[in-house]
Design a protein around this ligand. Structure first.
Ligand code: PMP
Ligand code: GLN
Length: 395
């Protein structure tokens, strides 16, 4: 194509880090602990349910907002878990995964130059979504607390910075708990604090809760849906891909008060219109078995602990993983020259030389801030984790 035809509309958008690292892992036949996805199968009952729907010829367009059966099951699940009653007809929409839901929220509510607050490290689709809407990104950084050897020990919510940033000009605040990549989990007091900061503003909240069923150490997920004030101004987003080990199906949902949902659907209908029918039927019947998600925290806590025990015998230092299926580590104390590399180069080296892929946390910052912290995904069979551990123990 002649170059003069187009100068890029999005000069700051490259290829997502998850695609880049998975391609590198394939190229080097590395164990892929980078991009977040399970390497084990979903429950065969779920496959049967989807198969049944296809064979019953449930294969034509479903209603724009999703099939009523699935919206009703989502309403029941949210009521059961968080005590909030959403109307399946007006307040729940089935989406093509959480990524589409996030972009749709942003496009539906953000006008050009309106302010959108994100908290870094931030999931990599948020800032491009704001760019696409022409919004103004206001990035606030979580505090990376270091010990006296300069090793990052934990991330904390930046309340002072948030208090300064939130104003009557704020259109949208994007939050995420359990948090990718840090594994940090918001507590009830955190939601209270946020509610207090937004109370005299017209800020809307986009609450990304895709890891809602992966919270460890007897802690509980605090949903914005369970907060009496925040719920009135929040879009709540979840993803069946995470919950049922089917990331490739790309099915999720959004709950929001009717007025917000009406705006959401204006975009949704011309973005994807709707989401594939047989998966929706399969998921609707599978949601009759809450054990499928109520047991998930234990399931992943065992994997976290297994991975952690193995990595404890290496030079990496662990950050707390309170939820999600991610474990962050600081590599600055490794006794190898590569410990001086930045996160991106370190991950490339780890993938090509040690044959274990990870994600640089710098990819979650608009300015690629480097803290010598990388993210591993432990949503893997024990045998995969064991092989990765053996390789990492050479460090
Ligand atoms: N938000 C966060 C925090 C995520 O980690 C992910 C994906 N891993 C998504 C959104 C996107 O989810 P989906 O695959 O359902 O689009
Ligand atoms: N959310 C997944 C992760 O954090 C990746 C999803 C994707 O590749 N888009 O690894």
């Amino acid at each position: 194509m002649p170059q003069e035809l187009l100068t890029t509309k999005f000069p700051n958008v490259g290829t997502t880090i998850f695609t880049v690292m998975s391609a590198l892992a394939n190229e080097h036949q590395a164990i892929n602990l980078g991009q977040g996805f399970p390497d084990f199968s979903c429950d065969p009952h779920l496959l049967d349910a989807v198969n049944d729907a296809m064979r019953k010829d449930q294969n034509q367009y479903p209603p724009m907002a999703g099939i009523p059966e699935l919206r009703k099951k989502v309403a029941e699940k949210v009521k059961f878990l968080y005590g909030k009653e959403y109307s399946p007809e007006h307040e729940i929409t089935i989406t093509a995964g959480a990524t589409q839901a996030i972009l749709t929220v942003v496009l539906a509510v953000v006008r050009p130059n309106e302010e959108v607050i994100v908290i870094e490290p931030v999931y990599d689709s948020y800032i491009p979504a704001i760019d696409m809407a022409g919004g103004k990104v206001i990035p606030i950084k979580m505090m990376a607390r270091k010990n006296n050897q300069g090793i990052v020990e934990r991330y904390e919510l930046p309340w002072d910075e948030l208090a300064k940033a939130i104003s009557t000009k704020t259109r949208l605040i994007m939050i995420n708990s359990p948090h990718n990549p840090t594994g940090m989990v918001w507590q009830a007091e955190d939601l209270d604090r946020l509610a207090d900061l937004v109370k005299n503003t017209s800020a809307i909240i986009c609450s990304d809760e895709v890891y809602e069923h992966m919270v460890f150490d007897q802690s509980f997920h605090q949903s914005a849906a369970s907060h009496p004030e925040l719920v009135k101004r929040s879009f709540i987003i979840s993803s069946f891909g995470k919950t049922f080990h089917v990331t490739g199906w790309k099915v999720g949902y959004v709950c929001a008060p009717q007025a917000l949902m009406a705006e959401f659907r204006k975009v949704h209908q011309f973005n994807v219109f709707t989401v594939n029918t047989p998966m929706q039927h399969g998921l609707a019947s599978y949601l009759d078995f809450p054990e499928a998600y109520t047991g998930l925290s234990n399931f992943y806590q065992q994997k976290r602990d297994f991975f952690k025990a193995g990595i404890a015998k290496t030079g990496f230092s662990f950050l707390p993983s309170q939820g999600t299926y991610f474990q962050c580590v600081d590599y600055s104390q490794l006794k190898i020259p590569e410990a001086r590399l930045n996160e991106s180069d370190f991950c490339q080296w780890l993938t090509s030389e040690l044959k274990v892929a990870a994600i640089p946390v710098s990819a979650f910052y608009h300015d690629a801030q480097n803290s010598n912290v990388i993210r591993f995904c432990f949503a893997k069979k024990e045998s995969t984790l064991q092989s990765a551990i053996e390789r990492l123990q050479r460090l």
